[in-house]
Design a protein around this ligand. Structure first.
Ligand code: FAD
Ligand code: SIN
Length: 535
């Protein structure tokens, strides 16, 4: 058993930023299911949005955020995130993140990028590998802090709550005390007890067949929160990034929206542009519109991809601004300074998640959710590009302040039983896990993707119900492995997406249902909780 003041689940931008803030006030255990840098953060390309230029204003960033969010953004949250953004960026610069600076200018003259939905240049970037620059610096800083202890290759299985201990959900008094965590190398389950528990486990792109996300993005934080009775919201709003590289050997490689910010155009296979048919901002329209436009063009033409073309920009500029994308495409025989880039949309970001307030606090006491796992109300029905890293930073800071109150209460830890394996045995049937995993990802792509219908959602619901029952049976019969834990979580998240999508009787932002094509002005956020009929 490990006792700590703060338990942080996840080592992306959210978890590490929180750990750095909390370490000044107590001991922090960071568990991460693979290596520390195995996080979506490490793959972020475009950058972080924040108001910096004199030509920009907080009001404009808030307005762009709310416009992209299609009527569901919480303006108070947008105001907080946008106004606190520049200070959080300064802190990243102070610890050593090397955001690009305009050539020949002083060190604070940052070269700001542009992406879809932004009316001004406001994207801080480190070339096209911004996430890697941030992740590396955060890891280096956190490693220097003796109050932070890392547990790599440790996957959280479930949260320990008062309800779990008493076998009865305590409603408003539900309190989180820690988590059961599988040490995947040592092959044992460890009980972590903490006075504040932080879910920073990232998103859930792996619920879909095609995704820009790394393998760790299996929605574990959302699924654990749901199982312990926390409230989740807006799980139907899954963002599909319009431009993922289409190549048989490329696994989930994103072609940043920043290319379109620098003039790249979308073309059909015959070389003709099409975005002007869909939005006045053409290639720089909000992401939901661009992804749906590509989907419509592909369905109409029967083609399997469209092209992105940046060949009209000088080769030197392209190589310098997008070195990572240039190099990666070259490995697949595509010289982006001369050739069109084949692209398709892919699942990218979960706008919904675990409901958390302005301090990252969830509906379960002492349980916080930050980063992509959380639903703060910032993104509404469609996230504005490069607002995710920003949201994670702002809420990690705010949660850090609030969680210190839980720690200073200094409550006695309850008596918690060790993980009980019961009659579970080692499974010799891992094919069941891979089969179920593939099945879920296929039908989520086909039935609960960019364009949905009532029939497709019903089909998906019937399938997920069967699989949930099968997985639950299998889960209790066999000793837990990380594959089984992740399968159980992607099934739980798929079910939440389907049920939330079925509940929304309109089309808005990222949720488009051909049976309800119009907008219902009275429609609000979709809340979902496991113990809805309980106190
Ligand atoms: P992550 O960075 O995904 O970290 C999650 C952590 O939790 C990982 O360490 C993981 O191992 C750990 N974890 C998960 N489950 C468990 C478990 N059960 N037990 C223990 N550990 C666990 N956003 C922007 O704002 N700008 C961009 O330019 C941008 N580009 C992107 C490009 C790509 C290719 C992708 C995939 C996303 C991009 N995004 C971008 C989105 C953004 O990167 C993510 O939303 C953000 O990094 C999420 O940060 P996080 O800390 O919440 O989660
Ligand atoms: C990108 O670089 O296109 C990703 C930006 C984001 O997801 O915010």
């Amino acid at each position: 058993m490990i006792k700590t003041d703060y338990l942080v689940i996840g080592s992306g931008i959210a978890g590490l930023s929180f750990a750095l803030k909390a370490a000044g006030k107590g001991t922090v255990a960071v568990v991460s299911k693979k290596q520390l840098s195995d996080a979506a953060t490490n793959y972020a390309q475009g950058g972080i949005a924040a108001v910096w230029s004199r030509e920009d204003s907080f009001e404009e960033h808030i307005q762009d955020t709310c416009e992209a969010g299609a009527g569901l953004c919480n303006p108070e949250v947008a105001g907080v995130v946008v106004r606190e953004g520049p200070q959080r960026i300064k802190e990243l610069v102070e610890i050593g993140v090397n955001f690009a600076v305009t050539e020949g200018k002083t060190e604070n003259d940052f070269e700001l990028g542009l992406e879809g939905g932004h009316s001004k240049r406001r994207i801080f970037h480190s070339g096209d590998a911004t996430g890697a620059a941030i992740e590396k610096t955060l890891i280096e800083s956190a490693k220097k802090n003796s109050n932070i202890i890392f547990y790599e290759n440790h996957i959280a299985i479930d949260l320990i709550t008062t309800g779990k201990l008493k076998r009865k959900f305590a409603g408003k008094d539900e309190k989180c005390w820690g988590a059961y965590v599988l040490d995947t190398k040592g092959k044992k389950v460890i009980t972590f007890l903490a006075r504040a528990v932080v879910l920073a486990a990232g998103g859930a792109g792996k619920v879909y067949l095609y995704t820009t996300n790394p393998d760790i993005s299996t929605g574990d934080g959302m699924a654990m929160a749901y199982r312990c009775g926390a409230t989740l919201a807006n799980m139907e709003f899954v963002q599909f990034h319009p431009t993922c590289l289409f190549h048989p050997r490329a696994k989930s490689f994103l072609i940043s929206e920043a290319l379109r910010g620098e003039g790249a155009r979308l073309l059909k296979k015959d070389g003709s542009p099409f975005m002007e048919k869909y939005h006045k901002l053409k290639e720089l329209a909000p992401r939901d519109i661009v992804a749906r436009a590509i989907d419509a063009e592909l369905k109409e033409s029967g083609d399997d991809h469209v092209y992105l073309d940046i060949t009209h920009r000088p080769a030197d500029f392209v190589k310098k601004r997008f070195p990572n994308i240039y190099q990666k495409c070259l490995e697949f025989g595509i010289d982006i300074t001369k050739n069109y880039i084949p692209v398709v949309p892919a699942a990218h970001y979960f706008c919904g998640g675990v409901v958390s307030d302005l301090h990252g606090q969830t509906s379960v006491r002492n349980l916080f959710a930050i980063g992509e796992t959380a639903f703060t109300g910032l993104h509404g029905a469609n996230r504005l590009a490069s607002n995710s890293l920003l949201e994670a930073l702002v809420f990690a800071h705010r949660a850090g302040e609030k969680a210190s109150e839980c720690v200073s209460e200094n409550d006695e830890f309850p008596s918690v039983p060790q993980w009980d394996i019961g009659h579970a045995t080692d499974s010799s049937e891992s094919v069941v896990v891979s089969q179920n995993w593939e099945e879920i990802r296929h039908f989520m792509w086909n039935y609960v993707g960019i364009v949905r219908s009532n029939k497709r959602l019903e089909r998906a619901k019937r399938r997920i119900d069967l699989l949930l029952a099968e997985i639950s049976e299998y889960y209790w019969d066999f000793i837990v492995t990380s594959d089984l834990i992740e399968l159980r979580n992607i099934a739980a998240v798929a079910d939440l997406v389907i049920r939330s999508a079925q509940g929304r009787k309109e089309s808005r932002g990222l949720h488009y249902n051909i049976d309800f094509p119009g907008l219902d002005k009275s429609a609000k956020d979709t809340y979902i909780r496991r113990f809805d009929n309980k106190p």
